[in-house]
Design a protein around this ligand. Structure first.
Ligand code: ZN
Length: 105
């Protein structure tokens, strides 16, 4: 666990979680080569997905579990599009039931 948390600030840590979640909870249906990185965002933004890219706020480096949940949130945007409508909500519930948020919430 300590080793896992030691690398939180790296892009590799984000990419590892993305790859794991894609494999485990999305049946590898999301693109393998999605660019995912930390960035300084406006204080109310935790992360965003635009085009094929996912960006996570560096503010969440202090809260790795929340960062992981936000990555999942942005992955659902990749799959379902930009809105938080019915399809998005259904997909988030599917992830929760599949155990994707276990130990994160
Ligand atoms: Zn969103």
């Amino acid at each position: 666990m300590r080793d896992y948390l030691r690398h939180v600030k790296t892009q590799k840590w984000l990419k590892s979680w993305y790859n794991y979640a894609n494999r485990t909870y999305f049946g590898k249906k999301l693109p393998k080569n999605t660019p995912i990185r930390w960035a300084v965002l406006d204080e109310l933004d935790l992360g965003w997905q635009m085009g094929d890219e996912i960006v996570i706020s560096t503010a969440l480096q202090a809260w790795p579990a929340i960062a992981q949940i936000i990555v999942l949130h942005e992955m659902v945007h990749l799959k379902c599009g930009g809105s938080h409508g019915k399809r998005f909500q259904k997909e988030m519930l599917r992830l929760a039931k599949a155990g994707a948020m276990k130990d994160l919430w």
